[in-house]
Every structure is written in C-alpha cells, then in structure tokens.
Design a protein around this ligand. Sequence first.
Ligand code: ARG
Length: 255
Amino acid sequence: MKKWTRLLTALMAALLICGMFAACGKGSEVAEIKKSGKLVVLTSSDFPPFEYQGEEGGTIGVDMEICQAIADELGVELEVVDMDFADIPAAVAAGKGHIAAAGMTVTEERRQIMDFTESYLPAAQYLLVPAGSGIKTAADLEGKVVGVQVGTTGDHFATQQGNAKSIERYATLTEASAALMSGKLDAVVVDELPARAIAAQNADKLEVAGEKLTEEEYALGIAKDSDLLKKANKVIAELKEEGKIDAFVSNHSMK
Ligand code: ARG
C-alpha cells in the first residue's frame, strides 16, 4: 500500500511539473528580446505614411514610431526587416520577427495564426484612380481592370465585389501604383492614408474617389500567446492617451 501511495505521489508531482511547463509555453518572449537586445519588426515599406523609405535611407513611418516606443519601453534597439506584405503573417507566426507592423488590418483569418494588439487607428479601403476618371464607387468597377496588393484587405474587397473585368495582384503597392500611373489599371483598391499619400505625390495624375468602401482597424501582429502582447498594448494605450498616434500620422503625411 505504501508503495502505491509513493508511486501515486511521484506521478502527481510529475503531472504538476508538466503542467507548469505547459503554462509557461515557449517561455518569455520579452525576456528573449531583452537578452538579444533587439526588437525585430516585420514590415512592407511601400505604405506611406505607415512605413516608407526615408530620404536618408531606412524605413520610417507611423508604425515604426510605435515600434520604436515599444523598443524603448523594453530598453532595446529596433531592427526593421522588409518583406512582401503577403508573407508577413506567416513570418511573425513562425517567429521570424517579434512584431508585424505593416498597416495591418485585424481580420479573423489572420487571427487564426497570430494575436493582435489593441487597435491603434481606424482604417478604410478607398479607390485610387486616374484624375477625372469618373470612377467613384465600387459599382463603377464593373468591367474595369483593378489593381491590388496581393493578400491585403483591398485584394479581399475587390475579389468579393466580383464585378471587375480582371484583378491584377502585385507584391507591392509601389508596383500597383506604377501600373495605375502607366495606364495598365483603371483603379487600385487600397487603404485611405496610403491612397491619399500616393495621390498627393502625383497630384495632377491620381485622385482618391469619394466613398469609403470598408471599416477596418489597424493593429500590430504578434506570435500567439506571447508576453510581448501585454507590453505592446501598454505602449499603444499610452501613445493613444497622449495623442501621439495622431501626431505621428500628421508628421508622416505630406504638408
Ligand atoms: N490594411 C491592409 C491589410 O491589412 C493593407 C496593408 C498593406 N500594408 C503594407 N505595408 N503594404 O491587408
């Protein structure tokens, strides 16, 4: 009997230890970041004012300011890794970086593979069109050649809408807007602020059509079940409270 009790106790202790490890999951990502001294951010730097190439080189923008604040909170350097937008969710889920900061909309599909912070800004899809094209609404896309950045909510919207003659999918927004400028496309479905930034850079040639097509929210993506989520949320809450996010947007928008 005594033997059995001892065996049972040992078994229960073993179970308890296993349980503790499971609760700790893969360990603290925050501790790992502090140890390595850098916060690695995954982005696609074709998306002003959120992420774009600064005049002195390097990626700058609203998202980079937010990530810099998180890096400061952790006391580490910020490292930016640039890649195609469509590859970012899988890359953050696979631990190739700590944060996806790419003007990324919160979607249920993306939530399957990663966690999102609190939203830091509302977003919406719009149509970026040649000036004077007459295209104003989604219904006007009927029979048109529509460009999108592959894997974005703009791609999703155009696909769902289903009235275009064809949808041309580009790896970067830079390529999509170049195709629009060269007359290969009738419209590009893209987020409002990048659409306004690109229209402002090409003032006589492009314009943003009048109507908001979707209601979305921007958030940062983080690998599932990471303790970095709480830290990032704390920083975002502070930045919002201090009006810093709006300040970042106006600093990175063309004056
Ligand atoms: N908000 C859209 C989405 O999440 C587009 C984001 C594109 N971001 C970029 N850095 N190119 O699908």
